[in-house]
Design a binder for this molecule. Sequence first.
Ligand code: NFE
Length: 512
Amino acid sequence: MTTTVSISPLTRIEGHLAIHTASESLPDQKGVRITEARCEGEMFRGFETILSGRDPLDAQQITQRICGVCPISHGMASLTAQEMAYGVTPTRNGRLGQNLVFAANYLQSHILHFYHLAALDFVDITAVLKYNGNDPLLKSLRAWVETAVAQNQIFAGAPFLPRYEVNQYIASDDANWQLIGHYVEALNLRTIAHEMAAVFGAKLPHSTALVPTGITGRITMERILAYKSRLTKLTDFVNNVYLPDLLTAAKAFPNYWAIGVSYPNYLSFGAFRMEEATGERVRTFIPGGVVINGRYQTLDTGKIGEYVGHSHYSSRSGLHPFEGQTTPDTGKGYSWLKTPRYDNQVMEVGPLARVMAAYYAPGGEFFKNEVDAVLASVNLTPDKLNSVLGRHLARGLEAKWIAQQAGRWLDELVPGEPAAKKFAIPKTGRGFGLVEAPRGALGHWLTIEEHKIGRYQCIVPTTWNCSPRDDAGRPGAVEKALEGTHIADPAQPIEAGRVVRSFDPCIACAVH
Ligand code: NFE
């Protein structure tokens, strides 16, 4: 028998996503198994349309408003597209300053995802009601939940309750208390990450300091030290709290190394510029590339196309982003996301894709050694990273690498040297900016006509991952990862939530 299991809306992600599945019943009332899944992005925004006809310099400000979680990624994609269109490159201080703002936003986003979005799929938050120790944070949290529940408020205990009441959370009170304490501590660490980004980015979430060729403001020793003191706290948290907590969750749910398996296809544009240049061949700290079935290829952006066969758009299907169109049409499709494909293949993007590309890339030995070491500690081979736990582990590992590298970029800054250059907006031009946002490969493509923006197209990480079916009927990466998932209780499909959240979707970005 076929059952429909739906999660609508799927909470603890960014934006509005509905998951609808067809599932087959399993014998002996052992629940259901998902046979087919649909990701539905439920809103239209229209940033690409808004940008047409505006001053190109507005783009890195306007596109940052696509999202409050990853604004720096959009600012960086926009300003690097402009650098290409204007024929300019950053100063050394400018590139380093941009990397430092971006690194801080990455750390904020990864800590947010693990503790505040995904962890409550694994941690028993109600264990706080049994807390009998002396930690002031946990005591005050217990008092707060108790009061809310006693007063029988609507949504008592929100944002923690209601939740799926299943017998599938971490059993140990001590482990739950520790993770709940870190949940609260992580809120402070995110504040520190935002302060750190604001040191060179002027403000967060939407930085006013990002410009083509660098950042506004001076590089001073005072700023370097202000960033460094905060980075020390974040590095300590990532290495001594976040990564050990990830492994605690992984040990408690070992079956999630085999759940949430998607296509073995990964795309990464490469993260953080290591030279003063733009384009698809720029050397990056985390090397990019394409991995299909374990085989590495260099990136060719000419192979990217956006399809709309199952999307609410009547634009032409399969267009390269330089030719892209955004023509809404509610009469067709099942999602407001378009369907990006690389060489007509479905690709996963994000931390796992970055780790896989770096693992197989020429020059990626540091990353390969790091990944092999952690996999050896849990007795697994790299193919097991294509899973719920693999995506979480990849995110944690790169948080460690980025925190470490940010310290080196700080040391390379030269106080007093320029952090940006003069440039002029040409009458006509075109350019694209490729970055790795925390959630994956992000590209902005723009043309300039009469000194104004002609076309503007964004292809965004979650658009790759949560895309609907393509014109050939192949499910998107998240849709594929859901297939085969066993749901013990169709009324409380926590297992499907864990699969989708491992991708850290942001539908606000995806529909832009
Ligand atoms: Ni709105 Fe974003 C990131 C981008 S995801 S969070 O990371 O770009 O699609």
